[in-house]
Design a protein around this ligand. Structure first.
Ligand code: S3P
Length: 433
C-alpha cells in the first residue's frame, strides 16, 4: 500500500499545466466510439479512470490507438459496438459505469459491468431507475455493482426529473435517449456539468437545452471531429488551494477548463478572499478555457452558498483544507452527495482534520470547520483510497509544522498521475513510498 510523506513546505511558484479533464476524457472515448469516422483527441487524461473507459470500448470492438495524451478513435457508429467477451471492469470509476450503463442498456448484446471495492459500494439505483422506466433490463447487487444488463430491449424516450443534481445520471439518460424511440428529456434541480450536451452538439447531434431541461430525439447519428481536452479544473483545485494557503505563492495554471458548470471552486475561494484572477479566456471546441493566477491570501470563513455545491462537487476535500486555514468558521450544507463519492468525503475529511488539530462538526449534509492551525505532532491520515482525499491532505503540508503521512494514495493515479511531480516542481516536498 503506497503512502505520501509530505514534509512542511512554505512557498509555491511557477506556471503549471495540469492534465486533461477527466469528465471530458471519458466522454471523448464514449462518443468518439459511437461516431462515424475518426476522432482525434488531444490532451486526453492518462489516468486510470479514463483508461478504464478506453479499455472497455476496445473490448467492445472499437479500434483506439493511444500515444501519451493523443488518442485516435476509429468510430464504429451508433450501432457498431460488439459484445465484449468478459465483464467490463471499470475499476474505481463512477463516471464510466453510470454513463456506460445508459449506452449499454440499448445494445443488442448482454453485458456485465464490474468495478473495484469502492465502486462496488456506490449507489446505482439512480441510473437503474430511469433506465428501467425506458425499458431496460438491469440486474444489480441490491442497487450496487455488478450490473448485469440484458441486451435486445427497445428503449422508449421518457421525461425524467432528476431527484439529485447529478451530471452522471443526466448523461446516462441522455445517452440511452440516443437509442430510444421518440424524445428523451431530463430536467435537473440545479445546473450540473454539461460536457455531454456540449460534446453531443459538437458531434452534430441536436440537443435542445431550455433552462434546466435538456431534450434529444433518438435515432440520429454522431459525426467524428477533433476534441481538445482542456486541463481539469478539479485537479487544478489542489493547486488553487495550495497557493492560497501557502505563506508565499504565485502560481499560474494554464489552459484550465472554466466551463461555468464547473467553476464553483473559483467562486467559493473568491468569497473566502482568495487572490485569484482569470486571464486569456478563450473557447476551444465548445469549452471555455482560461489561465488562472493565484497568490497567497488571507482567507475568511464563509457559509458556502448551496447553489454552488453541484458546481464544485468534486472540490470540497480541497475546500475543507482552505477552510481549515481561514479566519473563523466555514459552514457547508446541502452536500449530502459527498457521502457517496469514492469515499464518504464528509466523514473521511472530518477524521483527517481532527487528527491535524482542526475543530470541526459533521452535519448530516455537510460540515462546520473552525479555521485554526495544523499542529498535532503525530499525523497519519487515512485516505480511504480516495484520490481527492490524498491530494487534499498532501497540500495541507504548506501550512504544517510537522510531516504528515497519508495512507492508501495509489488511487491518485485515477485522476492525476503526475500530481507528486508537479507539486514538487512548484515547491512542495512530497515523497511517495
Ligand atoms: C461527473 C459528475 C459528478 C462528479 C464526477 C464526474 C461526470 O458526479 O462528482 O466526478 O463526469 O459527469 P455526480 O453526477 O454523481 O454528481
Amino acid at each position: 500500500m503506497s503512502k505520501f510523506i509530505a514534509k512542511p513546505a512554505h512557498s509555491l511558484s511557477g506556471q503549471l499545466k495540469v492534465p486533461g479533464d477527466k469528465s471530458i476524457s471519458h466522454r471523448s472515448i464514449m462518443l468518439g466510439s459511437l461516431s462515424k469516422g475518426t476522432t482525434k483527441v488531444t490532451g486526453f487524461l492518462e489516468g486510470e479512470d479514463a483508461l478504464s473507459t478506453l479499455k472497455a470500448f476496445q473490448a467492445m470492438g472499437v479500434k483506439i490507438e493511444r500515444e501519451g495524451d493523443n488518442v485516435t478513435i476509429h468510430g464504429v457508429g451508433i450501432n457498431g459496438l460488439k459484445k465484449p467477451s468478459e465483464p467490463l471492469d471499470l475499476g474505481n470509476s463512477g463516471t464510466s459505469i453510470r454513463l456506460m450503463s445508459g449506452i449499454l442498456a440499448a445494445q443488442a448484446f448482454d453485458c456485465e459491468l464490474i468495478g473495484d471495492e469502492s465502486l462496488s459500494k456506490r449507489p446505482m439505483g439512480r441510473v437503474i431507475n430511469p433506465l428501467t422506466e425506458m425499458g431496460a433490463l438491469i440486474d444489480s447487487n441490491d442497487g450496487k455493482p455488478p450490473l448485469r444488463i440484458k441486451g435486445g430491449q427497445q428503449l422508449k424516450g421518457i421525461h425524467y426529473n432528476l431527484p439529485v443534481a447529478s451530471a452522471q445520471v443526466k448523461s446516462c439518460v441522455l445517452l440511452a435517449g440516443l437509442y430510444a424511440q421518440g424524445d428523451t428529456c431530463v430536467t435537473e434541480p440545479a445546473p450540473t456539468r454539461d460536457h455531454t450536451e456540449r460534446m453531443l452538439k459538437g458531434l452534430g447531434y441536436d440537443v435542445r437545452v431550455n433552462d434546466n431541461q435538456m431534450c434529444l430525439t433518438g435515432g440520429g447519428e454522431l459525426t467524428a471531429t477533433e476534441i481538445q481536452v482542456p486541463s481539469d479544473i478539479s485537479s487544478s483545485a489542489f493547486f488553487m488551494v495550495a497557493a492560497v494557503i501557502a505563506p508565499q505563492a504565485d502560481v499560474t495554471l494554464t489552459g484550465v477548463n472554466v466551463n461555468p458548470t464547473r467553476t464553483g471552486i473559483i467562486d467559493i475561494l473568491k468569497l473566502m478572499g482568495a487572490n485569484l484572477t482569470l486571464s486569456n479566456e478563450r473557447e476551444i471546441g465548445g469549452e471555455l478555457l482560461a489561465d488562472i493566477r493565484i497568490q497567497s491570501s488571507e482567507l475568511k470563513g464563509i457559509h458556502i452558498p448551496e447553489s454552488l455545491v453541484p458546481l464544485a462537487i468534486d472540490e470540497f476535500p480541497a475546500v475543507f483544507i482552505a477552510a481549515s486555514c481561514a479566519q473563523g468558521e466555514t459552514v457547508l450544507t446541502g452536500a449530502k452527495e459527498l457521502r457517496v463519492k469514492e469515499s464518504d468525503r464528509i466523514q473521511v475529511m472530518a477524521d483527517g482534520l481532527s487528527i491535524l488539530g482542526i475543530k470541526n462538526e459533521v452535519l448530516k449534509d455537510g460540515i462546520k470547520i473552525q479555521g485554526g492551525v495544523f499542529q498535532k505532532p503525530t499525523q497519519i491520515i487515512e485516505s480511504h483510497h480516495d484520490h481527492r482525499i490524498s491530494m487534499s491532505f498532501a497540500i495541507a503540508s504548506l501550512r504544517c509544522k510537522h510531516t504528515i503521512e497519508i495512507n492508501g494514495v495509489g488511487n491518485v493515479m485515477t485522476s492525476f498521475p503526475n500530481f507528486v511531480e508537479l507539486a514538487n516542481s512548484a515547491g512542495m516536498n512530497i515523497a511517495e513510498v
